[in-house]
Design a protein around this ligand. Structure first.
Ligand code: ATP
Ligand code: MG
Length: 330
C-alpha cells in the first residue's frame, strides 16, 4: 500500500493558503482506501519561532482540529504529534551527517526566513529544519508528500539525502515524490501579492485566517490590493487579481477561465464582494467543526492523536532500528 505523509506546523493561526494549498486536498485524499495517510503536526519544527509554551500547546491542538475539520478521516488515516514520536529527532541527527552546509545554504525558505530576522534570530534550528523534515518523511517510507509549492525544494533535498544514504549503506529509505497541485499551490498575501501567505507573519492584514469571522474576511478581501486596469483577469502582469481568481477557483471548483468570463466586466468591487461570500461560505462548515472540537470536554482530538501515535510509532521505531543497525549503532 502506498504511503502519504505531510504536516502542518503549529506556528500560528492557520491561513487560507494552508487550506487551499494543502489541507483541502488532504481531506479529499484521506478517504482513498488504497493509500495509508499520515498527517502530523510538526511541533518540534515550530520551536524555530520560540513560541510561548501555552500558545504552542493551543496552536498544536488547534492544528489537529483544523485537520479533522478539513475532512481528514482520522479513523482510516493517522493524525499525530511529532514530539510524541521521538524517532523524528533521533533520525534527524543521523541524517545531519548526510547533508552538507552548501545544500542547506541553498534552501530558499531558510534564506527568506533568516533574512527577516536579526542575527540572534538566525537559529541553527531554522537552518537544520529541512533535515528534520527529511526525517519526518523517510521514517515512514513515504511514497508521496503532498504540499504547497514552497515545500517542494525541501522534499527534493529529502530525496537527495535518502539517495546518498542508500548509495553508501545499501537500500534503506524509499525515495519520496513531492506532489503539488496545479492550481492553488501558492496563495499570495492579499496586501503584497509578491509574497506568499504565511501563518507565522506577524501582520495578518494580508492573510485570511481560517478562524476569521465573516466581517473580518469581508474587510480583508475588500481591502486586498488590485492591479492597474479594471478588467477582472489573470496573467503575469496581474499578480493580485490572479491570486484572487485562484482562491475563487479552488473554493468553487470552477476553472479560472470560466470565472474570468463571468467577472470580466463586473468591476473589482463586485468581484471582491462575491469572493468574500465564497470564502465565508467555504470556511463556515470548517469553523463549526473546529469550534466543537476545541470545546473543553471534547476528547476527539486526544483520541485521534492516540490512534495516530500508535501507528506512527510502530513504523517510525522499526525504521529507526533498521537505520541504527545499518550504521553499527548499538
Ligand atoms: P510558516 O510561516 O510558519 O512557515 P506556513 O503558512 O508556511 O507557516 P507551513 O506549516 O510551513 O505553513 O506549511 C503547511 C502546508 O501549507 C505546506 O504543505 C505548505 O506547502 C502549505 N502552504 C503554506 N503556505 C501556503 C500558501 N501561501 N499557499 C499554498 N500552500 C501553502
Ligand atoms: Mg512554511
Amino acid at each position: 500500500m502506498k504511503r502519504v505523509v505531510s504536516g502542518i506546523k503549529p506556528t500560528g493561526d492557520l491561513t487560507l493558503g494552508n487550506y487551499i494549498g494543502a489541507m483541502k486536498r488532504w481531506g479529499q485524499m484521506s478517504a482513498d482506501p488504497d493509500r495509508e495517510h499520515f498527517f502530523f503536526v510538526p511541533n518540534l519544527h515550530a520551536l524555530t519561532v520560540r513560541p510561548d509554551p501555552e500558545t504552542l500547546h493551543r496552536n498544536s491542538r488547534s492544528a489537529v482540529a483544523w485537520l479533522i475539520a478539513s475532512g481528514v478521516d482520522h479513523d482510516h488515516s493517522y493524525i499525530f504529534m511529532q514530539s510524541q514520536v521521538p524517532a523524528h529527532a533521533e533520525l534527524m541527527w543521523i541524517l545531519n551527517n548526510y547533508v552538507t552546509m552548501g545544500e542547506l545554504n541553498r534552501m530558499t525558505q531558510f534564506k527568506d526566513k533568516s533574512s527577516k530576522s536579526a542575527a540572534e534570530g538566525q537559529l541553527v534550528g531554522l537552518y537544520d529544519y529541512p533535515v528534520l523534515m527529511a526525517a519526518d518523511i523517510l521514517l515512514y517510507d513515504a511514497d508521496e508528500v503532498p504540499t504547497g509549492e514552497d515545500q517542494k525544494q525541501h522534499v527534493e533535498l529529502t530525496r537527495d539525502i535518502a539517495t546518498r544514504f542508500n548509495n553508501i549503506h545499501g537500500e534503506t529509505f524509499k525515495i519520496p515524490q513531492p506532489t503539488v497541485q496545479e492550481v492553488g499551490a501558492r496563495i499570495m498575501n492579499l496586501q503584497d501579492p509578491t509574497r506568499k501567505m504565511s501563518k507565522s507573519d506577524t501582520d495578518d492584514s494580508g492573510n485570511i485566517l481560517l478562524s476569521d469571522d465573516e466581517k473580518t474576511i469581508e474587510k480583508k478581501i475588500l481591502k486586498a490590493v488590485t492591479d492597474s486596469g479594471s478588467v477582472v483577469s489573470s496573467g503575469a502582469d496581474k499578480p493580485a487579481l490572479s491570486n484572487l481568481l485562484v482562491i475563487m477557483s479552488v473554493l468553487t471548483d470552477k476553472p479560472v477561465t470560466e470565472l474570468e468570463e463571468k467577472y470580466a466586466t463586473a468591476g473589482y468591487g463586485r468581484f471582491k464582494q462575491e469572493l468574500a461570500e465564497v470564502v465565508v461560505h467555504g470556511l463556515k462548515p470548517l469553523q463549526h467543526v473546529h469550534e466543537q472540537l476545541m470545546h473543553e470536554g471534547n476528547d476527539k482530538i486526544d483520541k485521534a492523536l492516540e490512534h495516530g501515535w500508535w501507528r506512527a510509532s510502530e513504523l517510525a521505531n522499526a525504521k529507526l532500528a533498521q537505520v541504527k543497525e545499518v550504521l553499527g549503532l548499538l
